[in-house]
Design a protein around this ligand. Structure first.
Ligand code: NDP
Length: 434
């Protein structure tokens, strides 16, 4: 629409949801008459701010900061912060929009938001990262709070950045509270939060396979990305007896035909998180092939898990996967498959799980971190992991309920969109025209 001119990612995300929701709304005059759809696509508030900081050479740098507060009808705004040079208002509006439905699906009381900056953490020193985070929070603190808006990590924002952001929030406000999730365990974080998105993704895949009386055992899996989501998705696949053949970063992918085992994965974790290295170093160390500038979707597999970023799997990738006999595609990343790729998966009856369902485990455990912070207490690993499993299974159930088609195929996309929509729409109806 003219109002969102040029916001291609946001329009893409809205179109994808609208396609499932409009027929549902048409049949429910209460949603149509109160213009729920028109209201739900409009952010409640967007904050855009200047983030000036001094680099190690003493030079002034200026970035742009954002927080999109999309919908607070079922709880305070909740969603990650992304630091990446590709960050724009459109990208964050798409992510915030998706987050509203995702958070609703978790069954926890969380509204939707997203934020971040066009800051590029690559190649920056620790000191520069800290300076940037402090400047970013010096503006953001006035818009967030443990009952208002609770940011978390996303691309480029991990435990190091959450630490610096939290330190600055605490210093400015003089309060120690659960304003951010993804905190280190020692100072208020939840066990299983680092693992939650990747583990949750695999719990969801297991549920999908179970419907077909199948399992992960022996399955060949392609993973893109090598960050937080990719690492723990790989870990859970390995634990379940699947064979992880690929991982990637923005420079290309590695293909390890014998499979990435836990020991090799520990190397990747250390390489990416501590040494801030590149995935191609894996290929040298373990004598396997590195494909510069390429995505892994051409390798023969049973399951594909796009875990890097938006629009990283297009129609031609989808066609290749289908030709190679891939039976399941589950999105660890947000909107990694283009609309044309998704349509091809539906057509070929490939099991396809959209990110708002399959990667909801991360924000779900963030919700559990908020509960623990409110209780001033921390739960054991097994308790959180079991709760995560239960939530992923419940989301799968919701998708089945709303996505079951006449021919028996489950349209998880439709199921997640309608399932996520109903709770938010009902809350908006109850709260009047606000
Ligand atoms: P990380 O920053 O930990 O890792 C991101 C990975 O994706 C890196 O390997 C990175 O490569 C690669 N990547 C990022 N941008 C691009 C790009 N433009 N082109 C190619 N590769 C790219 O992020 P996360 O693992 O946290 O996030 C990955 C995805 O999962 C995102 O879509 C995020 O929104 C989604 N997600 C994350 C959740 C979480 O809990 N962290 C929760 C739900 C969804 P490089 O190192 O070269 O940049």
């Amino acid at each position: 629409s003219a109002r969102n001119h040029g916001e291609s990612e946001f329009l893409q995300a809205v179109a994808e949801v609208a396609e499932s929701i409009i027929p549902y709304i048409e049949a429910q005059p209460k949603y149509k008459d109160s213009k729920i759809l028109e209201r739900i696509v409009e952010p409640e508030r967007v904050v855009i701010f200047r983030v000036p900081w001094l680099d190690d050479k003493g030079q002034v740098q200026v970035n742009r900061g954002f927080r999109v507060q999309m919908n607070s009808s079922i709880g305070p705004y909740k969603g990650g912060l992304r630091f990446h040079p590709t960050v724009t208002l459109s990208v964050l509006k798409f992510l915030a929009f998706e987050q509203v439905f995702k958070n609703s699906l978790t069954g926890l009381p969380m509204g939707g938001g997203k934020g971040g900056s066009d800051f590029d953490p690559k190649g920056k020193s620790d000191n520069e990262i800290m300076k940037f985070c402090q400047s970013f929070m010096t503006e953001l603190y006035r818009h967030v709070g443990d009952d208002i808006d609770i940011p978390a990590g996303d691309i480029g924002v991990g435990k190091r950045e959450i630490g610096y952001l939290f330190g600055q929030y605490k210093r400015i406000t003089g309060t120690f509270n659960g304003v951010l999730t993804g905190k280190a365990f020692e100072w208020g974080g939840s066990l299983i939060r680092p693992e939650a998105t990747g583990y949750g993704l695999i719990y969801f895949v297991e549920e999908m396979l179970k419907v077909r009386e199948d399992s992960l055992l022996g399955k060949r899996v392609l993973i893109s990305g090598s960050g937080n989501v990719a690492q723990f998705a790989a870990e859970k696949c390995i634990e379940k007896g699947a064979k992880v053949l690929t991982m990637s970063d923005s420079e290309g992918f590695i293909y390890d035909p014998v499979g990435i085992d836990q020991e090799k994965l520990e190397y990747i974790k250390d390489l990416k998180d501590n040494q801030r290295g590149r995935i191609k170093e894996y290929a040298q160390r373990y004598s396997c092939e590195f494909f510069p500038g390429e995505k892994p979707w051409g390798i023969k597999c049973d399951i594909a898990l796009p875990n890097a970023t938006q629009n990283e799997l297009n129609l031609s990738d989808a066609e290749t996967l289908i030709q190679n006999g891939c039976i399941c595609v589950a999105e660890g990343a947000n909107m990694p498959c283009t609309p044309e790729a998704v349509a091809a998966f539906h057509e070929a009856k490939v099991l396809y799980a959209p990110g708002k369902a399959a990667n909801a485990g991360g924000v779900a455990v963030s919700g559990l971190e908020m509960s623990q912070n409110s209780q001033r207490y921390s739960w054991g690993r097994t308790k959180v992991d079991n709760k995560l499993k239960e939530i992923m299974s419940d989301i799968h159930h919701i998708c089945m309920k709303h996505g079951h088609e006449k021919d028996g195929h489950i349209n998880y996309e439709k199921g997640a969109n309608i399932g996520g929509f109903v709770k938010v729409a009902e809350a908006m109806l109850s709260q009047g025209i606000v």
